[in-house]
Design a binder for this molecule. Structure first.
Ligand code: WTA
Length: 570
């Protein structure tokens, strides 16, 4: 198929010449935007919020928050005071201090953002947890990080297995009625002082811990540090094209990296007005959010665009979407049809961006001032060197498929995998190449084209799910002897989770059992991690060492040749 090219539309953007930028870029120059460039003392909470108050922009709206019950706005001045209050609550009611891990496990609300910023002001390392996580997922993350504090709500607190978490000392509840053994956030918040002595940190001190999945083992705690802000800030400016006048909406939940790097840090570091919409996805709700807040820059994901597309173009005509000037996408491959649809419905080119939890911020993007080659992720941002390398770290020429790799040394690179240095080190090949786990090729113009994951990680509706975590949960079910999990291509969600299961002796392969197993994963791990499809098999393909060969399961599913089976058990 011939690639469609969408040319630059100069009127829309604060035009920034990519080639010029790329040639003359220096991270050290970007640092000069911040006072810590001179003092050496930094705090993300300050840089996102207080800095704008100090520069006389305290009256500007920082946050529009909306869900089914609430519709509120907060200026930078109010965000400063509320985050100070939250910091005081946390400091006075728990003993959380610099470097401690504090988890936030609650649905989106203004308080979530006050707590997150307040925790940062204390110097704690924040661990955001997606609200859909159930007991096993919550436990694994709190246990691995040795978190001492969790902030949550009444409806979620039951999923925290307190007795099994010796390091967890305080449970803070943000809700109306709070049981005596927990800390009542709202009550303490009302009484808290609205000034706070910020804990000044070093550039390399911890900021945030995002757990994410690989193909083997438990989820990994990806640690980012304060210095990442340099990249959040400049990519907010160059890629999201944000100015202080923008009304920006990122649809991601802060439980995922997009919801923090680009749902909190990038917009607020740039002084933009941030729209946060809570609640579930609905096409009507989403279009009306754009209309109501006059969103100018919108960052979302292919699955969401495909769901809007599925709701029909007629629906979009009921809303005034003319405020939009820049639309971006992340998380999964952005199909050319979606770009075409977006162009028709919004009159805008959807700009794809590629990066991952580990990279902390944008890596490969369609710059505003770049022609879009429909289906390509674009080019590396200034300050980042990307290449396609073979398994030994040799750079391959254009149009050859291989590992998508990045040269070590960008500011928002993860600094560690929590409690697992060997895992961190396993990401790198000789020559300083960070290996992403994605395969891709680069064309002769330097545009990168995503081809797939090298490993078995599943991307379902933009969420990254590790098959091992799902398989571990599945085998806890009394009927399941063995389980292997793969991503099955799906027109809307990118992939869905499919589980192949061998049953234990004495269990009948019925549809009821399938449903029971599905619900078991949903209630024990997370709704988005529950297999949408289950297929029973007498036996699963395994290596002689007993590892389930997902590659063979995938080949079965897709009717592909199974490849080399020499390591198969029998
Ligand atoms: C995939 C999300 C194709 C990729 C920010 C990567 C993409 C994984 C794109 C990281 C894109 C992300 N096109 N695939 N534009 N962006 N991915 O850690 O496989 O949740 O390795 O970070 O998502 O997922 P994560």
């Amino acid at each position: 198929m011939k690639t469609e090219i969408y040319e630059v539309e100069p009127g829309d953007y604060n035009l920034q010449d990519y080639d010029e930028h790329y040639k003359n870029f220096d991270w050290k120059e970007v640092e000069k935007a911040f006072s810590w460039h001179e003092t050496g003392k930094v705090n993300m909470g300050y840089e996102c919020i207080d800095r704008h108050v100090d520069s006389g922009r305290g009256d500007k709206v920082a946050l529009y928050y909306k869900d089914a019950e609430r519709n509120e706005s907060y200026t930078f001045e109010e965000m400063k005071r509320n985050s100070n209050k939250a910091a005081n609550v946390l400091k006075n009611t728990t003993d959380v201090a610099k470097g401690d891990r504090l988890f936030i496990f609650m649905p989106r609300s203004p308080e979530l953002y006050f707590v997150l910023l307040g925790a940062l002001k204390i110097g704690a390392i924040v661990g955001p947890l997606f609200e859909a996580f159930m007991e096993k997922a919550v436990k694994d993350r709190l246990e691995n990080s040795e978190a001492s504090v969790i902030v949550t709500t009444n409806s979620l607190v039951g999923r925290i297995p307190v007795d099994e978490l010796p390091n967890l000392k305080h449970i803070v509840i943000v809700d109306d009625e709070v049981a005596d053994q927990h800390i009542d956030f709202n009550k303490a918040f009302k009484e808290a002082a609205d000034t706070f002595d910020i804990e000044w940190l070093d550039k390399e001190d911890g900021l945030i811990l995002h757990y994410t999945s690989g193909s083997t083992g438990q989820p990994k705690g990806v640690l980012h540090v304060q210095y990442a802000m340099v990249q959040h800030y400049i990519s907010g400016q160059y890629v999201l094209d944000l100015t202080e006048d923008d009304i920006y909406w990122c649809t991601a939940d802060p439980g995922w990296v997009t919801g923090t790097s680009y749902g909190i840090f990038a917009p607020w570091l740039n002084g933009a007005t941030n729209v946060i919409a809570g609640g579930r996805f609905s096409p009507e709700g989403w279009y009306s959010t754009i209309e109501e807040f006059k969103v100018t820059v919108w960052y979302s994901a292919p699955t969401a665009f495909r769901m809007l597309m599925g709701a029909g173009d007629e629906l979009s005509k009921n809303y005034d979407l003319s405020s939009l000037r820049h639309v971006l996408s992340v998380g999964e491959p952005l199909n050319p049809e979606v770009i075409k649809w977006g162009y028709k419905v919004f009159g805008k080119r959807i700009h794809d961006t590629w990066w991952m939890t580990e990279t902390g911020a944008h890596m490969i993007v369609n710059y505003p001032s770049m022609d879009i080659k429909s289906g390509s992720m674009g080019k590396p941002i200034p300050g980042v060197e990307a290449a396609i390398v073979d398994n030994d770290g040799n750079v391959l020429p254009p149009n050859r498929m291989g590992n998508l790799a990045l040269k070590e040394g960008w500011p928002s690179m993860m600094r560690d995998v929590w409690n697992n240095r060997p895992k961190y080190e396993s990401y790198f090949l000789p020559g300083g190449w960070y290996i992403s786990g994605d395969s891709a090729y680069m064309d002769e113009d330097g545009y990168f084209w995503f081809q797939g994951r090298v490993d078995d990680v599943i991307m379902t509706a933009g969420e990254r799910v590790g098959p091992f975590e799902v398989e571990s949960k599945l085998v806890e079910h009394p009927a399941v002897a063995e389980a292997g999990v793969i991503g099955k291509p799906d027109p809307v969600r990118g992939e869905i989770i499919k589980a192949f299961i061998a049953l234990r002796e004495g269990f009948a392969a019925t549809d009821e059992l399938k449903e029971e197993i599905r619900v078991f994963v949903k209630n024990g791990l997370a709704a988005h991690a529950a297999p949408r499809e289950i297929e029973f098999k007498d036996k699963l393909p395994k290596t002689r060492s007993g590892k389930i060969m997902r590659r063979v399961l995938k080949a079965w599913e897709l009717d592909l040749p199974t490849g080399d089976l020499s390591t198969l058990e029998d």
